[in-house]
Design a protein around this ligand. Structure first.
Ligand SMILES: [Zn+2]
Length: 473
């Protein structure tokens, strides 16, 4: 505050400047906290058990699509793992989840010649009849281009959406493209299409297709939806560009099963001074069925558990650290919605939320979404992360899918953005396997998490609340 006092003396005739100057006033975290954070940062980098946690969840539990036997095994594993590590208040909160079964998929080019294409049914898609669907193909880059086409051009055909995901170090390439997967089938069906096929929302050039969730719209006919591997999408585009008739045959035995039960698994380290103030650490326990879910999201589960365990080695924190391992992120955010409904009354106790769902590569940028008044505090937190090679990003962080509900109700979010350059080569494909996880890289991510949540759980300062959009406006 001494600098603020000097500022007030220096600027007596410029009261308009005052609020901006106050906001820009740097904040220093107390010396003991900075020393503790540095010690923990070093220790975490040298002594992290995160890789063995990823291996256990990916290989011992294995496939764990929401509502499956594997999902139940994941819940049991998470409860045991948290209890073995002496977390407190370990519990499972029952969550209803939709259940979907992939069955078998077969996609063939049938004109101008017959060849099988590498494809997967999208998550949530209906299947075809036992005879499949054979129809001519009409192509568009994305939903906007499709919607500019006439019903005559699309009716009775299979729509192909070809937008290519651009590779980026953050989520931006994915967020630009993923809408085609989620909403493409409904957009195609509105124009009378009989099926949807799209280029995988992925950067890999292997012949594996990437699945992921898709959604139907009420009162719009449900049509089956598929993703092609990138090389197979290239082949289809080449045929379409030639101008001759191109046809596909689609076959899938995918189906929705009745609702099932799963659970959010929670464990805490109770705060010593302000136990009612919660720092929420999120990761999802479920995974798509094609691979082992090593990077999506055994890695995130391992990061939050291991980072919290490391913080506890420094003594009980002032605030409560709460780990929430969410049910069914992939196929409808069931756990996120259930957590919000169940804990709505204590939302104000959640001082900040962070989510690990970006794979196992190192953290390279620190992003935030906090009120402007908390930006100097975020800069002070960033100083503790800089020795790990982490840049300060912006204040427009997405945060993560599972904590988005909390964020939209005022809870500030911080985001340790991991290097996603290669993440989407494997994400949601059969190639999401343990070999993609590099132990030293994962250890860096754990060190970043441990350093940050140690400070968040021990500092006196508060990040404030985000504005809540007016539901009526
Ligand atoms: Zn994920």
């Amino acid at each position: 505050m001494r600098r603020l006092a000097r500022l007030l003396i220096a600027l007596p005739l410029m009261p308009v400047m005052l609020s901006e100057q106050v906001a820009a006033e740097p904040v220093n975290l107390p010396e003991p906290l900075r020393i503790g954070a540095a010690e923990l940062r070093e220790r975490a980098a040298a002594d992290s058990d995160a890789y063995s946690l990823v291996r256990a969840l990916a290989l011992e539990v294995g496939p764990r699509l929401a509502g499956s036997d594997g999902d139940r095994a994941a819940v049991a594993w998470a409860l045991t793992t948290l209890m073995e590590r002496d977390f407190e208040a370990v519990r499972a909160e029952d969550v209803a989840v939709p259940r979907w079964e992939r069955g078998s998929t077969r996609v063939e080019l049938t004109r101008p010649y017959v060849v099988r294409l590498a494809a997967e049914t999208l998550g949530g898609s209906i299947g075809t009849s036992e005879y499949g669907i054979e129809a001519p193909v009409v192509g568009a880059a994305n939903i906007a281009e499709l919607q500019a086409m006439s019903t005559d051009a699309v009716a009775g055909k299979i729509v192909y959406l070809g937008q290519r995901m651009t590779r980026s170090r953050d989520l931006s390439g994915y967020l630009e493209t993923v809408g085609n997967r989620v909403h493409g089938a409904a957009a195609a069906a509105e124009l009378g299409a009989v099926g949807l096929v799209l280029r995988s929302v992925a950067t890999g050039n292997h012949r594996l297709a990437h699945t992921g969730t898709m959604r139907y719209r009420p009162n719009v006919r449900r049509i089956p939806a598929f993703a092609l591997s990138n090389p197979d999408a290239d082949l289809l585009e080449y045929q379409l560009a030639g101008g001759q008739p191109v046809s596909l045959r689609l076959y899938s035995t995918a189906r929705a099963l009745g609702p099932a039960r799963s659970a959010n698994v929670i464990g805490e380290i109770r705060g010593s001074q302000r136990p009612d103030e919660i720092v929420l650490l999120a990761a999802h326990l479920d995974a798509w069925d094609l691979g082992s879910g090593a990077i999506d999201n055994a890695a995130g589960v391992a990061i939050v558990i291991e980072a919290a365990r490391l913080v506890a080695t420094m003594g009980r924190p002032a605030r409560t650290l709460r780990i929430v391992l969410y049910a069914n992120e992939e196929f409808g955010l069931s756990g996120a919605n259930d957590y919000f409904a169940r804990h709505r009354d204590t939302l104000g106790a959640h001082v900040v939320a962070l989510e690990a769902d970006m794979g196992a590569a190192p953290v390279w940028r620190f992003d935030s979404r906090v009120p402007d008044s908390a930006l100097p505090l975020v800069s002070a937190l960033h100083e503790a992360l800089e020795p790990l090679g982490i840049e300060r990003g912006d204040n427009a962080a997405f945060g993560g899918a599972d904590i988005s509900v909390l964020r939209d109700h005022g809870v500030p979010v911080l985001q340790l953005t991991q290097d996603m350059t290669h993440y989407f080569d494997w994400h949601h494909s059969a190639s999401d396997t343990l070999d993609k996880v590099v132990p030293d890289e994962l250890a860096q991510a754990v060190a970043a998490w441990a350093t940050l949540i140690y400070l968040l759980a021990n500092m006196d300062a508060d990040l404030g609340r985000l504005p809540v959009p007016d539901p009526a406006g």
